[in-house]
Design a protein around this ligand. Structure first.
Ligand SMILES: [Zn+2]
Length: 50
């Protein structure tokens, strides 16, 4: 099973190990990410559903 990876440079998801000459990072999120939580609150305040 292939893991989905994310390019930190362009932000696109890929199955490749590299993108834009950079090593991609695993797109699987950690159990708890404070940045994600705050981002979610910020999106709700602005009314952006995404
Ligand atoms: Zn890229």
């Amino acid at each position: 099973m292939k893991k989905i990876r994310k390019c930190a440079s362009c932000g696109s998801y890929t199955l490749k190990e590299e993108c834009h000459n950079m090593q991609t990072k695993s797109a699987h999120p950690p159990k708890w990410n404070p940045f994600d939580k705050y981002a979610d609150i910020r999106r709700k305040e602005k009314g952006i559903s995404r």
